[in-house]
Structure formats: structure tokens, C-alpha cells
Design a protein around this ligand. Sequence first.
Ligand SMILES: Nc1nc2c(ncn2[C@@H]2O[C@H](COP(=O)(O)OP(=O)(O)OP(=O)(O)O)[C@@H](O)[C@H]2O)c(=O)[nH]1
Ligand SMILES: [Mg+2]
Length: 535
Amino acid sequence: MPDTPSNRPALPPEITRRRTFAIISHPDAGKTTLTEKFLLYGGAIQMAGQVRAKGEARRTRSDFMQMEKDRGISVSASAMSFDYKEFRFNLVDTPGHSDFSEDTYRTLTAVDAAVMVIDGAKGVESQTQKLFEVCRLRDLPILTFCNKMDRESRDIFEIIDEIQENLAIDVTPASWPIGQGRDFIGCYDILRDRLQLMDRADRNKVAESIEINGLDDPKLAEHVPADLLETFLEELEMARELLPPLDRQALLDGTLTPIWFGSAINSFGVQELMEGISKYGPEPQIQMSEPRNILPEETKVCGFVFKVQANMDPKHRDRVAFVRMASGHFKRGMKLTHVRSKKQMTISSPVLFLASDRELAEEAWAGDIIGIPNHGQLRIGDTLTEGEALRVTGIPSFAPELLQGVRAGDPLKSKHLEKALMQFAEEGAAKVFKPSIGSGFIVGVVGQLQFEVLASRIELEYGLPVRFEQSQFTSARWVNGDKQAIDNLVDTNKQHIAYDNDGDIVFLTRLQWDIDRIKRDFPDVRLTATKEMMV
Ligand SMILES: Nc1nc2c(ncn2[C@@H]2O[C@H](COP(=O)(O)OP(=O)(O)OP(=O)(O)O)[C@@H](O)[C@H]2O)c(=O)[nH]1
Ligand SMILES: [Mg+2]
């Protein structure tokens, strides 16, 4: 980074103790279950909930939307802050399904590290690979948790090999599993020389942890059956020969990932991972921004919006911007400059996301994620500063790949529908286009499931049953460039023209041929598949 001084002062202790990370993986590897156990060990909740809880049983805190609860999948990233020992964790549970990956990718711009969860029976899956590549682009440090070790898993060396080969990153074992599937009895904590035994009877109880004085300690044999012990000692010796030791700098550079083994649902291996994040994970990092980067230790406050969510909680019907603090010590009531509009905003009711509720945030430090309720001024990508015109960069916007028309079940409710759609467009949950001819709206998303989420949310949050239907269009392009040329294009192609929620012009078509034609006939006009977010 060109403008980063090499002799940076030490970070204030309040910043050093912060660990801000996302949990990522292929769908169903166990992110939400792991998140819930983090909350449990962080003392933020008393009892862990389940992803597919039935009846009165407790649900997980991070799957807060009705559709998430119904289907047992995460569709939206959710942030949670809690203390673990002397550390402050800001954790974001992300959805694994690729239809929701825009949310996950944006989250990765707001964290300093990622915990990559791997299903021990499956290894590196397609979505793991994609998410990993996004982390790599940002040199994000990665800690790996190999989950579901209570089930039959693949060979450990094979999994490690697969990570090293497919993801091109060195792997160092932080723990080593003893036994497998039904015979899985626990892990050896390599970093702290402890034997962690699993408590199978009580899933939510902290498992037994026995201090071991090196691998010759006779205590090992007291707790581990002879055959498992022999295999374990052989494997560990091999691992030590073949794999590099833990080197914090390599972890921080993103070239080495430590791997822990465990079973999130049985709370097993979770605390060791939390210790690892505390001890080896990065403190708040430098934020890429234009015209200069932002250092966390700067005394002036700066933060940026990476997610907007409306109607998060029926108790608080409002819109919340998720803001990652990039620098300084924020205090409630501060006046900050909204760089895009150059307007001042008094941040009077910022919130901290706790396990299942929110609390007023009296203060926040670089590294924290806070929520700022607002009426639509705050958009994804916006930067807030104490006056300087800084603009945080790198927050992705995806091209809408699927287009569908949408209608209210009751035609008289189309104004209501418009309001709901605008809200979702501003949230970044979908792109919404109003064709210049005819009525109705066209909605663009990245993945099919997003239509279902929208339909369910419009019904639940606005009391409005809606129907999505095939559209005559399949592609959308934003129109930029010379004003006169754009006017000509609009006049001669009315049946293709629509306006997005900001009133910007969009060209809709079902034929690549049309796009090529416009490019040829209107050389002074640019067509882009994503909207250029900031000016
Ligand atoms: N056997 C076993 N099952 C687990 C474990 N951890 C999670 N599960 C189950 O795996 C399923 C998926 O878990 P989730 O926590 O929802 O996975 P996720 O990664 O959050 O899934 P998405 O958010 O939809 O991508 C649930 O049925 C969990 O109960 C584990 O350690 N062992
Ligand atoms: Mg989940």
C-alpha cells in the first residue's frame, strides 16, 4: 500500500482487542450452528438454539428471518458483537448459498479475517472455493474449522491436501482429531498441548479438557483407547513432518491457514477455535479508500456501509445500515459527514447487534460493526467521516442475471408494491426497473432463490401477496455517456427503456444482438452490466 507509513504507532488497546471476522462456507457446513456456539461461549446467550428447531425449541439467533427459520438455511448475513475473555468479537454469519453470495462478498469487505468452515465428510466444495478466491483477492487471513467430525469424515490428510492443492494455501494443524465418526472421542490441541475429550451425553456442555505434558505423557493412554492412540500418534508424527508449523505472520499474510477439527453441534472444538482467533487472528486492519487509505489508529472517526437491511425486526420497523468502523473512537451523538451527499448526519441512535436484540451503542472503535437506523440516506458503499472526502473502495455490486416481472395479487395495491420494491432495491436485495411503457415492475437478482425471499418478505413485511412471472427481458444494462446520444437512444428504443430506483436509465432486452446493435449505433453511449455506484 503506497500511502501507509512504515513506522505506525501502536494501536490503542481498545482497538487491539477487537477481532472482526466472517464465517464462510459452502451451504450447510455449519456456519450458523458454529455462530450460535460462539455466542454461547462468549456468554452472550445461555442456551444454544438449533437451525432446524421444531415447535417451541429455540432457533438460532443469526437466522432471524422467517424464511430462514422455515427452511433452515441462511439467506442474509447477520452481525453479532460480544466479548470473549479480554477480546471483543464482531462476527458476521454469512449465507452459503450462491444465490445470496452478493451479501457474503460485501461482508468480506468489512472484516479482517474469515473463518472457513469445511464439512469433514465433503472437503473443499464449490462455494468454498469461490469464497476463498474472494478472500485471496483481499489477502484476508483465513482460519479453518473442519466440522461434523462426529460423523464419518474423509481422511484427514486427504482434506488437508485438498485445501493445499485446490486453494493454494499452506495448512498447519492447530488440533488433531482422535478417532472418527462413531469412534471420534476428541482432539489433541496442538497449540496448547491439551487433550479435549468430547462429552457426548450433553451436547451443550463444555467438553472435558485435560492438560497433557507432551506426547509421552501416560495420561494420554488413560483417556484414549490403545488402538486410537497408536493411530493418532502415527498421524501426528506424519503431520509434523509434512506440514509447516504455525507462523502468525504467514497467517496474517493469508498464505497459511491453521485448521481446527470439531463438531459445532456438539460444541466441540469451538473454544479452541475462539482461542485461536483471539491469539493469532488479526486486529483491525487498514481500510482501502480513495484518495488515501484509512488507518485504524487515526483519531478521526470513519466508517462505511456494507449492508442495508429493512424491517429486521418487527419490533423496530426501520431500516438499518450496517457500518464497519474503519478508524477512531466513535461516540453516540457525533456529527459525521455523509460523503456522497456532503451532508452532516447526527448519529443519535446507533445500535450494537447483540445475540438476539440490539442495544444503543454509546461508543464504538475501529473494527466494530454498528447499525445506524436511517430513512434511506445510507446506501451500500457510503462512507461517513469527520469531514474528509474519503471513499471506501472495493465493495462489489453484481450484475442482475435473472429478470422477472412482479405484480401485486390485488391490482389496487400497486402503489404499495412500488414502495416495497423501492425499499428492497435500496437495501441492495434486488434491482428494480420500471419500464417506460406499460405498468408493473421488472426485478433483477443474481439467483433464483432471491425471488422467493422477496415474495416472502413482501408478503410478511408489507402484507402484500405478490406474483413473480416470466419477463420478456433477460438482460439489463445501465446506460451512461453522452447526454444527446442517450436521449436519441431512449427516443428510438422506448420499448427497451426502463428506470431503476434512482431514476437512472436502463436498457432491457432478451437478445445479445440488441446490445451489440446499440453499441454499434450509439458509439458515444456506454452499456454496463453493473451500476457504477458512486460518482
Ligand atoms: N452431525 C453434525 N451436524 C451438524 C454439525 N454442525 C451443524 N450440523 C447440522 O448441519 C445442518 C446445517 O447447519 P447450519 O449451521 O445451518 O449450516 P450453515 O453453514 O449455516 O448453512 P447455510 O447458512 O444455509 O449456508 C444443520 O442441520 C445442523 O444441525 C455437526 O458438528 N455435526
Ligand atoms: Mg447459516
